[in-house]
Design a protein around this ligand. Structure first.
Ligand SMILES: [Zn+2]
Length: 457
């Protein structure tokens, strides 16, 4: 197996060379002491603003501050409390944005994991500033991506921003991060399996072609990155480094593609619903990676259901006769989405993706005519959902909705809503196209409930 170090040099090295924004990625043990020099290479500004929350600052803040000072920066810090945890929202980024807007000589340095990085990324973009990110956990894939997935007025969107100009990760810090955080990163990476399946569907049906840079950057190496989940839970440095390499590659793939398509499909749509609801479990807001982890298993179970069908015998006329109009779908939207702000946005997304009858018919024709090949292509790419449940369990990431406090009824509502909130073509849209959404949902919910019961015994 290629070592993570070799991959960092070749794969990530060429991604950095291709990146329009990111000039340098430094990953290794004991690298925090290099952070000041790295930031100095990126800017001539005299002052640095270290942005963190209490947890991130505790993990890496003081050595970063010391290194920045040694590199000649006057250092200012702004540290958000962790009780309650900072929210991934435009509103939460406001203090960082205001500080940067007030002082054009201030260079932002993010020290932390997912939410902090996204807040600083957004604040830097809004104030037309470059920024450097110091990663403190392998908890998600967004360090090197261009977009910031933040809620704006309660609706989760990926806001187009700019990737960091440099990223630094100290593997001693990452390996020492709470095991559950690296488990969430594993879940976020695992989501690329069904997300890839979604992209295969979109490609095969002529909705959105697979891209020959972003696809191989993630999908050609995914199985290697996901191998050995036990090491993630143990904080084994090589396993964590491999995971971090994968997450970094995904970030660059999103930047190269100019969208989150290489990283996010139905699995993330499910997760986004819980994130928008502010879903909590045992008094803690459910993290992005934990939500994706569960979404990943649901999505793979939907694929399992799909692969068991014989779409070569699809009765296209019958499907078309029963297909609801856009108006009918929009009028039923509020049954699935109770928050009017989310429903309003979903209405637009639904309008953008609803296929008129001729397009729908052509899609079904392609599907029926190419089903054996498509089924084989999907089978070669995907994991069965129960295999993924095992992998996630070993990595210490949740696999079942009940593990994050989501009841079966809640999950059903989530699936119905998630299918509507984004125009991107996924398994949800394929199920709609073949008129089998509710049948597939019912079957998958029963399968997942049985799997969970078995695990509980
Ligand atoms: Zn993600």
């Amino acid at each position: 197996m290629t070592t993570w170090k070799a991959q960092m040099d070749s794969l990530i090295g060429s991604a950095v060379a291709r990146s329009k924004v990111t000039d340098e990625v430094v990953v290794g043990a004991g690298t925090l002491a290099q952070s000041g020099a790295l930031v100095r290479r990126m800017t001539g500004l005299p002052r640095a603003l270290v942005c963190a929350d209490e947890a991130g600052f505790q993990a890496a803040g003081p050595p970063v501050v010391a290194s920045l000072k040694a590199a000649g920066f006057a250092v200012q810090t702004h540290i958000l409390p962790v009780t309650p945890l900072p929210r991934a929202s435009v509103e939460e980024a406001e203090p960082f944005r205001a500080l940067l807007a007030d002082d054009p000589d201030l260079f932002p340095v993010s020290v932390g994991s997912g939410v902090i990085n996204d807040l600083v990324k957004y604040a830097a973009y809004r104030t037309d500033r470059r920024y450097v990110t110091v990663a403190t956990a392998a908890s998600m894939d967004g360090y090197t991506s261009a977009g910031a997935p933040l809620a704006e007025n309660g609706f989760k969107v990926t806001i187009p921003t700019r990737a960091p100009v440099a990223m630094l990760a100290d593997l001693d810090v990452i390996a020492a991060a709470p095991a559950e955080m690296n488990g969430w990163g594993y879940g976020d990476l695992a989501g690329k399996v069904p997300a890839g399946g979604d992209w295969i569907l979109a490609d095969a049906l002529g909705v959105e072609p697979i891209d020959d840079i972003a696809w191989p950057l993630v999908q050609d190496h995914l199985r290697g990155w996901l191998a050995g989940p036990d090491g993630i839970r143990r904080g084994d440095r090589d396993s964590v480094a491999r995971l971090f390499t994968g997450l970094t590659a995904v970030g660059f793939a999103m930047e190269a593609h100019g969208s989150s398509r290489p990283a996010s499909g139905a699995d993330h749509q499910i997760a986004h619903m819980w994130e928008m609801e502010g879903h909590s479990h045992r008094g803690q807001k459910v993290s992005h990676g934990a939500a994706v982890s569960v979404g990943c298993v649901v999505s793979l179970a939907l694929f399992d259901w799909l692969l068991a069908q014989d779409l070569g015998r699809l009765d296209i006329d019958a499907v078309l006769r029963r297909a609801p109009t856009l108006a009918a779908r929009q009028s039923r939207l509020s049954e699935a989405i109770s928050d009017p702000r989310i429903a309003e946005k979903a209405k637009l997304e639904l309008a953008a993706k609803h296929a008129p009858p001729d397009v729908h018919a052509a899609r079904l024709d392609t599907l029926r005519g190419t089903w054996p090949e498509l089924r084989e292509r999907l089978t070669g790419h995907l994991y069965r959902h129960n295999a993924m449940v095992e992998m996630l369990r070993h990595a210490g990431s949740p696999a079942y909705a009940a593990q994050i406090g989501v009841s079966p009824e809640h999950l059903r509502t989530t699936m119905r809503a998630a299918a509507l909130i984004r125009r991107r073509y996924t398994i949800f849209d394929l199920l709609h196209d073949i008129g089998q959404t509710e049948a597939a949902f019912a079957s998958v919910l029963a399968t997942l409930a049985a799997g969970k019961r078995e695990k509980a015994i």
